[in-house]
Write a protein that binds this ligand. Structure first.
Ligand SMILES: CC(C)(COP(=O)(O)OP(=O)(O)OC[C@H]1O[C@@H](n2cnc3c(N)ncnc32)[C@H](O)[C@@H]1OP(=O)(O)O)[C@@H](O)C(=O)NCCC(=O)NCCS
Length: 231
């Protein structure tokens, strides 16, 4: 057996249709979230304009359809990831949905990033985070369904090594995942801890801000004003 097999990044084995592994050049904290985040997920998805809803769901989902989708997420079975800004506003979320047959361990990836946060690598990082989890759960193929016009999503999939099949306006991208290794488990463990710490720090800052703001509000206006420079 190759003694480097455990330590080699998956990118060392580039074959068409096989995952190229995560890009480790930059790091974005990603939180794994549970059902208590349904309201924030709804708010994030309802913030998508009609065209983005079309790209995300394959049709222009109305508010009720979005609410139904969010209420239907099975947090026991699936994984949901989110990226928050400093005020804990959800900037992006991804849903890794598992297929139901144990003989064909497959999962589907869906993602959305708020317009103001696009082009910063969040979509790509969410894909990588979900892919590492899928690898560690024994998933062998990861699917991404996107409209053929969705050049950005297909670019992310292609860069990850996916094979893309297009038919009419729809495209199906699939990428073969490697077996789990000590490295992939460690990567996920670390990413999970960083995501949790990041969320806790942002929560602490938000709580502190909440504590301070009423006090500041109670202060006379003059006290809050920065001292004007003496001439
Ligand atoms: C698709 C989406 C998730 C991408 O998120 P994002 O955070 O902006 O994506 P990233 O910044 O991680 O990556 C964008 C990549 O696409 C490339 N890209 C941007 N516009 C592109 C275009 N028109 N054609 C091809 N590639 C494009 C960027 O250069 C970047 O590639 P790089 O990392 O090789 O430089 C986001 O646009 C979105 O939420 N769209 C609406 C919902 C949606 O389409 N979801 C996907 C359906 S599952």
């Amino acid at each position: 057996m190759d003694k480097h097999a455990e330590t080699q990044p998956p990118s060392a084995v580039e074959k068409p249709g096989e995952w190229r592994g995560p890009d480790t050049s930059t790091f974005i904290p990603i939180s794994e979230i549970g059902p208590e985040f349904r309201p924030q997920i709804k708010r994030h998805l309802l913030g998508l304009d009609p065209h983005d809803r079309y790209l995300r769901f394959g049709y222009i989902a109305n508010d009720e359809q979005i609410a139904r989708y969010v209420d239907g997420i099975d947090f026991e079975r699936d994984q949901v990831y989110a990226i928050f800004d400093h005020d804990l506003k959800m900037l992006a979320m991804a849903h890794l949905a598992y297929g139901s047959t144990p003989e064909q361990p497959a999962a589907e990836f869906g993602v959305s990033v708020a317009k103001k946060a696009r082009g910063c690598g969040l979509g790509k990082r969410l894909f990588e985070r979900a892919a590492v989890h899928a690898v560690n759960s024994g998933v062998d193929t990861l699917y991404i369904y996107a409209l053929t016009e969705n050049a950005t999503m297909l670019h992310i999939a292609r860069r990850a090594g996916a094979v893309i099949e297009s038919s009419g306006g729809e495209s199906a991208a699939h990428v073969k995942l490697p077996p789990a290794t000590f490295r992939t488990h460690l990567t996920e463990l670390m990413a999970g801890q960083v995501g949790t710490m990041d969320f806790m720090m942002k929560s602490g800052t938000a709580a502190l801000h909440g504590l301070l703001t009423p006090k500041l509000k109670g202060l006379p206006r003059r006290t809050r004003k920065p001292a004007s420079p003496k001439v």
